[in-house]
Design a protein. Structure first.
Length: 278
């Protein structure tokens, strides 16, 4: 059944993903590092292969790439054996310092995010966040993003919960820290299928992000250079994936959130925000 926000109250919180949703237009930092770390062990990834599992906790992302048939077979040819959990751990250990080294250059809020957060706060909507990054990686991201104007009330990292997306635990932990319930009063916004599924699994209305995230994978300037028709085609393709994952609707980016809220009379205490899938 489609998600709805409780009839007993309006939207009380928004939970934002980080890379591709709130910062790092196109989710370029993790995609770049996955390509680099696999190249270091002799496997040339395509960008599509690197981006495919995006949204998972980063160790899970490594495991998902190794499980791809083409990558799995390359590994077997190079090493004369199938990849093991120890190989996943080794690549993940290589990944962390590389990711940390590039993060400082990818913490800029996506255009419109700061304004959308300000809009929410003016109406008493709390801002939480979850991420596939670990606490160590977020030690770089959080202060840099704050200096640029994005500072959510709560941040839950992948290593703070028993399992990453699509499990709902990070969303539940964020809600707990915010002190807000029921889940139907919290809107999750994410640019990946695992992130959308995690919101759905938490029983929270969930919006997918199409143009600014991993699905399109372009910087703000690259996206702006595309024609309107090309952007619409990309948004539709990404949106179909996110809707299939369980999204209740899609935004081009978080900049569209105020208009989405306004269209639903969100200030009314008795407002019901019905899924676009209903």
């Amino acid at each position: 059944m489609a998600s709805t926000i409780s009839e007993n109250g309006r939207v009380r919180a928004v939970l934002l993903d980080w890379a591709g949703t709130a910062i790092d237009h196109g989710s370029r930092a993790p995609a770049r590092v996955f390509v680099e770390v696999f190249a270091a062990v002799g496997i040339e990834l395509t960008e599509s292969e690197a981006r495919g599992p995006m949204g998972l906790a980063k160790r899970d992302h490594v495991a998902a790439i190794l499980a791809l048939p083409r990558v799995h077979e390359l590994w077997r040819r190079i090493h004369n054996r199938h990849p093991s959990p120890e190989d996943v751990d080794d690549i993940y250990r290589r990944f962390l310092p590389l990711q940390k080294a590039v993060l400082a250059d990818h913490c800029e809020p996506i255009p419109g995010v700061v304004e959308a957060v300000d809009f929410c706060r003016r109406y008493g909507i709390a801002i939480g966040s979850t991420t596939g990054y670990t606490s160590e990686l977020m030690e770089v991201v959080i202060p840099a993003a704050a200096r640029a104007g994005f500072a959510p009330d709560v941040v839950v990292c992948s290593d703070e919960v028993p399992a990453g997306r699509p499990a709902p635990w990070a969303n539940f932990r964020a809600a707990e820290r915010l002190g807000i319930f029921p889940p139907a009063a919290i809107v999750v916004i994410d640019d990946t299928a695992p992130g959308v599924a995690a919101g759905r699994n938490a029983g929270m209305p969930t919006l997918g992000v199409t143009l600014t995230g991993n699905g399109v994978g372009l910087s703000a300037s690259e996206l702006a250079s595309m024609g309107v028709n090309d952007q619409a085609m990309r948004a539709a393709a990404v949106g179909s994936v996110l809707l299939e994952a369980g999204a209740d609707g899609c935004l081009g980016g978080v900049a569209d959130l105020p208009a989405w809220l306004e269209a639903r009379d969100f200030r009314s205490p008795s407002a019901v925000f019905r899924s676009s899938r209903a």
